[in-house]
Design a protein around this ligand. Structure first.
Ligand code: GLN
Length: 552
């Protein structure tokens, strides 16, 4: 039976609960334990697939095709265990399971209630995901005191009783520093713990986020008021980069305290890989700028995995990567100024017509000026549209997502390109937008002698998908004949997965999302290749020109 570490948050949201939990999980994993993580989300959506990344941050996709909370992305970047469907439960999922069972007659006439039916469903979910591991960390979304999280807190309270010493509770709070008073205030933490205790949960460990390290006296005070041992009141100030956290928490004794409380013997800690990552982030030798041309640019978490992956791409060569967020709806043919001085251009995944034409223009600019380009999902579809229009002469070419009547539907739903003449036979009705996409890890075959084959150094790769539209095979021959290379195809050869332009120093776009499998400890071949191409471009092309002169 796995030991359980429950992680809750108090006072305010955005304290970095997921990252803190993942950092501790990593420190434990590096001591030779098998660790997994589970996220329990109180919202009613069955999964975050239908939620706007603008409001909620990115939708993270797992290998087994689940659309999950972005915290699972943090988990995979910190620990080696891969996440799946069973690692993320929402209120919506729990209720829909319970309601399905009720309709099926599984409750044998019982009145179905929050306690015990909903709480049992939550407990079963946790235990299923924890099976086979030494430790499972269970993070509860939201903040203690929210109405929605009550059933989850009740379920973990019950698990705490059942597991006895094999379960502990860790609570993250804020300890604000008041300038006017010149001191930190522990009252919000006291209240937050009081709230937890009123529902029967006594935290074992407190992680106190504050602007400055708490003094011994302050920690003693918090300990006294919250009934948490003084040494288990951990002070957490902002770090330079999040990948310092496993070491940071270890230095504060967090993994030792947790293991001692759980009665687990483990190896000595080994954190060299994180020290190495931090060294590569802190001691860079080069600096480049990548323009990320997208839609949801004003919400920093909307492209969380992507911005992490782009930065990881620089670590191998100690390149600091600045990301310039460019709102594609501001780009038009004349207004490419925001791209004039960058070292590379990236168009990420996206949906719908807003800003699409700006993306196409940015791609044309990258293609014509030999600026390294990486297109992801929508960024590949836009690259195919651009090439069809401007190189193949297919005026008005488009994806049917944006123009259902385009004369050249080079990107369309498979149901729309069944007709061998390229004319649409069926028009799909977008009736149900939840769970209708090609999702999850799929095999892709790489063609020999291509850039893709070179950067991956493998013949077959597995990458994760999340999209409805595809490269229309009826245009394969014509587009290939004009010089675009289809360097990656699905294992059965039926779908185009990667395109590239051999005449260009680095122009590659993929239908899948490589950002979901990038990690700070190894990067990802595509991002490594892309960022290194950006550095070459900066040194060889831009560096060779006098200041301020842009090659157009
Ligand atoms: N909107 C496109 C599709 O559904 C691309 C999706 C994406 O970029 N993730 O195919």
């Amino acid at each position: 039976m796995a030991s359980l570490i429950f992680v809750t948050g108090g006072v305010v949201s955005s304290l970095g609960k997921g990252i803190s939990a993942a950092s501790l999980a990593s420190a434990l994993e590096n001591r030779g334990l098998k660790v997994t993580m589970i996220k329990l989300d109180p919202y009613i959506n069955v999964d975050p697939g239908t939620m706007s990344p603008f409001q909620h941050g990115e939708v993270f996709v797992t290998e087994d095709g689940a659309e999950t909370d972005l915290d699972l992305g943090h988990y995979e970047r910190f620990i080696r265990t891969r996440m799946g469907k069973i690692n993320n439960y929402t209120t919506g999922r729990i209720y829909s399971n319970v309601i399905a069972k009720e309709r099926h007659g599984d409750y044998l006439g019982a009145t179905v209630q929050v306690i015990p039916h909903i709480t049992d469903e939550i407990k079963q979910g946790v235990e299923k995901a924890a099976e086979g591991f030494d430790i499972a960390m269970v993070e509860i979304g939201g903040t203690v005191g929210d109405i929605e999280s009550l059933p989850f807190l009740e379920a973990i309270r019950q698990l705490g009783v059942e597991y006895g010493r094999q379960a502990i509770f860790m609570h993250l709070t804020l300890v604000p520093y008041l300038k006017a008073a010149g001191e930190v205030k522990t009252k919000p933490t006291q209240h937050s713990v009081k709230e937890l205790r009123s529902i029967g949960i006594q935290p074992d460990v407190l992680i106190c986020r504050s602007e400055r390290m708490l003094t011994e006296q302050e920690r003693r005070k918090i300990s006294l008021f919250t009934n948490v041992e003084e040494r288990a009141v951990i002070s957490a100030v902002d770090v330079d980069n999040i990948y310092q956290l496993p070491v940071y928490f270890h230095q504060q004794g967090l993994d030792d305290i947790v293991l001692e409380k759980l009665g687990i013997e483990a190896n000595r800690s080994y954190l060299d890989d994180w020290i190495e990552v931090d060294d590569r982030i802190s001691n860079t030798q080069h600096e480049i700028t990548v323009a990320m041309v997208g839609k949801y640019v004003d919400h920093s978490d909307a492209y969380k995995s992507l911005s992490e992956a782009v930065r990881h791409g620089g670590l191998r060569q100690r390149i600091k990567v600045n990301i310039r967020a460019v709102d594609s709806s501001t780009i038009n043919r004349e207004g490419l100024d925001s791209l004039a001085d960058v070292d590379a251009i990236l168009v990420p995944g996206g949906f719908g017509p807003r800003g699409f034409e700006g993306k196409v223009k940015a791609i044309q600019f990258a293609r014509e000026n030999n600026i390294p380009y990486l297109g992801i999902c929508y960024g590949m579809q836009a690259a195919v549209v651009e090439f069809a229009r401007n190189v193949c002469g297919m005026e008005g070419a488009n994806t049917t997502e944006n123009d259902i009547d385009t004369p050249y539907p080079v990107i369309a739903m498979i149901t729309e390109w069944l007709d061998a003449t390229g004319k649409r036979e069926i028009r799909s009705e977008d009736s149900d937008l939840g769970g209708t996409m090609r999702l999850g890890g799929q095999r892709c075959r790489l063609r020999p002698d291509t850039l893709a084959r070179k950067v991956y150094a493998e013949d077959v790769i597995v990458e994760r998908h999340r999209h409805r539209y595809e490269f229309n095979n009826n245009y394969r021959a014509e587009i290939k004949q004009k010089g675009m290379v289809l360097s990656g195809v699905s294992a059965d050869e039926t779908l185009v997965e990667i395109i590239e332009l051999p005449e260009h120093p680095f122009f590659l776009a993929c239908q899948f999302h490589p950002e979901f499998t990038s990690s700070p400890r190894g990067g990802h071949p595509l991002f490594n290749g892309f960022i290194e191409a950006a550095l070459r471009y900066q040194q060889e092309v831009r560096g060779a020109l006098p200041d301020g002169v842009v090659r157009l």
